[in-house]
Design a protein around this ligand. Structure first.
Ligand code: HXC
Length: 514
């Protein structure tokens, strides 16, 4: 072949493979409102930045007539590109090719790009749209999944791993996203479940639709498997681009700072707190009053809303924010909120992101549901995650900090670098009502006017302990500050802790309660 013939041959091969499963399959994909894998990559990455690898990889299955079947790029597109100029690795399963099903070579393309991301120290994004294990490949497709899980685990804490569910993600396939750091879903498009509706019907006799079983809303509101919900694929890609902007390329880097900004004047802290200390306020408003440009990129907004987590910037630098949300369940820590906080703290710690914790917590949620569900085991994750974290840890106690909640929400005792408290802070073993009822029980019972005595005792306890000064007198609070001073104190604390180094004795790894 001449040079020209070789080029023509190359372009023809490339063009055929790039068409994926062909026009009919592409039309089917579009008919259900989905982009093709290539369109998704183009829409997510900077224009023209995508470089594809392993286009010519072929499957190696010989059974069930597969030896005669060509599967374009083996149903997954892999490569690298850029988001806002920063390199990322990416793979996208192509549902138009054998339903994006996963065979061994398909899996090896994914593990190769994961390894590449780890070696180069750049984030990796996986777009999942697949019918699961390629049935014809039998155990080889299971081997493929196993290899992906292994590589996801090796990459964990080294590079940010992002999963996007844009179609079915069924069976064991769900465990790759579950091993990654952030999962994105899109309304009506994403479906995640271990066993599908038919199996549920056979085993349990229960009729349930795919959407009700594992649709996008289920994932973000009930199961908590997904972190971000979007109404369209385009919106989802914008969310991913925003998330990446807060993150470092790898654990060897710090997040890239941007120009610093003041909070917007609409979020004046002194106007946001109700005069009556019994009226709850939206903790997200307090976050916005403290951070640059009042931007708060909330994570898992719809799951365990009694806790809030997310990214902001302070003086241009990324900060991980954790707060109790008194508007939901009075801001208690329960099983789900504990899981949500602990995982986020560990992510920030792995990726050099300082933690700002805003406290207004009545404690852990009581009751048999929680006890039987393992609130002890799950609650311990928060203690472990904060204690383990060596990034800068700054805590502001706004109002309630009772009991285990006080300790858990990054108190000095768990290694906080700075704890500030507003004059409205109430740092005590429990709320004054509960405390007075217990310690003055006999006095109240013996009183001629039990209700009045109870009130007097509640006030007595409240005056003595429901304030920040007892904790401050022991040095558990570094400074009592007015709400207006919060940003200045946090900015200064972040500057001071910028080069913080905390070396712990070497160990293989700890044993967190998960
Ligand atoms: C091989 C598959 C496939 C699979 C889909 N296809 N899933 N081929 N292995 N797992 C093929 C179909 O045969 C079809 O090929 C094409 O992909 C498109 O599929 P359709 O069924 O036409 O699409 P749709 O109607 O949209 O339905 C999508 C679906 C359905 C709901 C995902 O395909 C489905 O139920 N697939 C099987 C899901 C499943 O049970 N997977 C195994 C899970 S077990 P043609 O040639 O007709 O276009 C598992 C274990 C892993 O994953 C454990 C790891 C630890």
């Amino acid at each position: 072949m001449t040079f020209m013939q070789r080029l023509v041959d190359f372009f023809s091969k490339k063009s055929t493979i790039s068409k994926g499963g062909g026009d009919k399959a592409i039309l089917k994909q579009k008919a259900v409102g989905k982009m093709t894998a290539r369109e998704r990559i183009a829409a997510l990455l900077d224009e023209g930045s995508f470089h594809e690898y392993d286009l010519f990889v072929e499957h190696n299955c010989k059974d069930f007539g597969m030896h005669e079947k060509e599967l374009a790029a083996d149903g997954v597109i892999t490569g690298s590109g850029a988001i806002a100029g920063r390199p990322v690795c990416i793979y996208a399963q192509d549902f138009t090719v054998a339903g994006g099903s996963l065979g061994l070579m398909h899996a090896r393309k994914i593990t190769k790009i994961l390894d590449h991301a780890v070696k180069m120290g750049i984030p990796v994004i996986g777009i999942n749209d697949s019918g699961g294990a390629r049935i014809q490949e039998g155990v080889n497709s299971l081997a493929g999944y196993g290899e992906i899980f292994y590589h996801n685990t090796l990459a964990s804490g080294i590079v940010p791993q992002i999963s996007v569910i844009l179609g079915p993600c069924a069976g064991g396939a769900v465990y790759s996203p579950a091993l990654t750091d952030f999962v994105f879903v899109v309304d009506q498009i994403s479906k995640m479940f271990i066993t599908g509706p038919e199996v549920v019907k056979t085993v349990l006799g229960e009729e349930i639709s795919m959407e009700e079983l594992g649709g996008a809303r289920v994932q973000v509101e009930i199961a908590g498997n997904a972190h971000f919900f979007a109404k369209s694929e385009q919106e989802c890609f914008q969310q991913i681009r925003t998330l990446i902007s807060f993150l470092p390329d790898s654990n060897r880097h710090k997040p890239v700072p941007i120009e610093k900004m003041q909070p917007r004047p609409t979020y004046l802290i002194e106007n946001l707190i109700p005069k009556d200390s019994k009226i709850p306020f939206d903790m997200r408003d307090i976050v916005r009053a403290v951070v640059d440009n009042s931007d708060f990129f909330e994570i898992q907004e719809r799951f365990a809303a009694n806790a809030i987590i997310g990214f902001s910037r302070i003086d241009g630098e990324t900060v991980g924010i954790i707060g109790n949300q008194a508007l939901v369940l009075a801001g208690v820590l329960d099983i789900d909120a504990s899981d949500k906080i602990a995982r986020f703290v560990r992510f920030c710690d792995a990726f050099n992101i300082p933690l700002l914790t805003l406290v207004d917590i009545p404690g852990y949620l009581p009751g048999s549901d929680q006890e039987h569900g393992g609130v002890i085991r799950h609650g311990a994750k928060v203690l472990y995650a904060y204690s383990e974290a060596t990034v800068p840890k700054i805590t502001v106690i706004l109002r309630k900090a009772y009991g285990g909640g006080y300790i858990a929400m990054c108190s000095h005792h768990l290694g906080a670098d700075f704890v500030f408290a507003w004059p409205t802070a109430e740092i005590a073993v429990m709320g004054p009502e509960g405390a007075a009822n217990i310690i003055f029980r006999s006095e109240i019972a013996a009183s001629k006017h039990p209700e009045e005595t109870r009130k007097t005792k509640v006030k007595e306890y409240s005056d003595k302990f429901a304030n920040p000064y007892v904790a401050a007198s022991s040095g558990y609070v570094d400074a009592v500050i007015s709400p207006e001073e919060t940003r200045a104190y946090v900015v200064h604390a972040l500057k001071l802790t910028r080069n913080k180094e905390e070396i712990r004795p070497a160990r293989k790894h700890g044993i967190p309660p998960f």
